[in-house]
Design a protein around this ligand. Structure first.
Ligand code: OSB
Ligand code: MG
Length: 369
């Protein structure tokens, strides 16, 4: 039984160690919502990494906060649910707004794990003791800066490097990186910056033996992705296009991709993410766990998810220190020398919440009960 009697939403603004640039722009801070749900004196934490602007997804921290306050809490506060699945399906009437739903459902999953006194990974049926970690490197001021960042990441132990690309920072950059790192596992992520008529560029990329090309075209271009995949050898991986289980089904039927990046925040929460994982596993589509610059709380949620057996490719889950000088969890997420991250064995998300650090980053706070 789940019956929460209070929900706290905090809007946090965390300074990044270094700016992060994608084809849709550069950020110096990450804005995110931390959600705390309580059942009596037991609480669970989740994260809604909707960010400040509607560029990666149509949501922002402000739209998500509004949806949580005015719609989600009205459906779940002080209501009884038999389990997480029951609760999750009660939100089906709210269209879209996946990140808002995800933040709340993550918090409820943490709460459920704490109630059962088991690690979150165990609640999800996770089987891995550690996950293989990759790193996503943004667009840099110069190619030399990028090479420097890659060298640093390889020496820290990261097992796969993902390079953000955009018009003017693509083929030449990949050629240069391949020359410096002939065999390292590399991928690129365009965040939807290209059009179907740019197909030749992707054909030219084939010779660099990338592990995948992530989201080359716009999010709604499933048919165009299928046509592009037919023309090139490198596997296409979809990120922004997959916002639900239904999207994953459509993409696989259409052969729009050979790999899927699963982000629980993007697909409406952990249960939807697990359904996509199960479907992909059945259809032999490899998946990996992506990230959206999460603070420690969302990062631990991603680690728990990535412990499921179908997550066979390196995750975009790096150490806390890759993004944040002071994380809001103790201990922070750290990278082992062999390029893995341990799946916590403590109850719930698996680390203590540093409430004083959360307070320092808080822009606004609201408690609904
Ligand atoms: O496209 O995967 C993406 C960060 C913010 C928004 C979208 C993306 C990313 C990343 C970084 O690539 C992933 C991470 O390390 O959290
Ligand atoms: Mg991506």
């Amino acid at each position: 039984m789940i019956k929460i009697n209070s929900l706290e939403i905090r809007h946090l603004k965390l300074p990044l160690v270094r700016h992060f640039e994608t084809s849709f722009g550069r950020v110096y801070h990450q804005e995110t919502l931390i959600i705390k749900v309580s059942e009596g004196n037991l609480s669970g934490w989740g994260e809604c990494p909707a960010s400040a602007a509607p560029y990666y997804s149509s949501e922002t921290v402000h739209t998500a906060k509004y949806i949580i306050k005015d719609f989600i809490t009205k459906l779940i506060l002080n209501e009884s649910f038999s389990d997480l699945t029951h609760l999750s399906s009660s939100l089906n009437g709210i269209r879209g707004n996946q990140m808002a739903k995800a933040g709340v459902l993550m918090a409820l999953s943490d709460l459920s794990a704490r109630k059962r006194k088991i690690p979150l990974a165990k609640l999800y049926g996770g089987t891995r003791k550690a996950i293989v970690s990759g790193i996503s490197l943004g667009i840099q001021d110069t190619p030399e800066d990028l090479i420097e960042r890659i060298k640093e990441s390889v020496s820290l132990g990261y097992k796969r490097i993902k390079i953000k690309i955009k018009q003017g920072w693509d083929l030449k950059i990949v050629a240069l990186v391949r020359k410096e790192f002939p065999r390292f596992t590399l991928s690129v992520d365009a965040n939807g910056a290209y059009k179907a008529y740019d197909w030749k560029l992707f054909k030219d990329l084939d010779k660099y033996k990338l592990m995948m090309i992530e989201q080359p075209l716009r999010q709604d271009d499933l048919v165009e992705h299928a046509q592009l995949q037919k023309k090139i050898k490198t596997p296409i991986c979809l990120d922004e296009s997959i916002k639900s289980y239904h999207d994953a089904e459509q993409a696989i039927k259409l052969k729009s991709c050979k790999i899927i990046n699963i982000k629980q925040a993007r697909v409406g929460g952990p249960l939807e993410a697990i359904q996509i994982h199960n479907f992909c596993r059945k259809n032999k589509i490899p998946v990996w766990c992506g990230g959206i610059l999460e603070s420690g709380i969302g990062r631990l949620h991603n680690i728990a998810l990535a412990s499921l057996p179908g997550f066979t490719l390196p995750a975009d889950i790096s150490a806390s220190a890759r993004y944040y000088k002071k994380d809001i969890i103790n201990p922070p997420v750290t990278l082992e020398a062999n390029g893995t991250i341990k799946v916590p064995t403590q109850i719930g998300i698996g680390a203590d919440i540093i409430e004083s650090q959360i307070e320092e980053y808080t822009v606004s706070k609201e408690v609904i009960s």
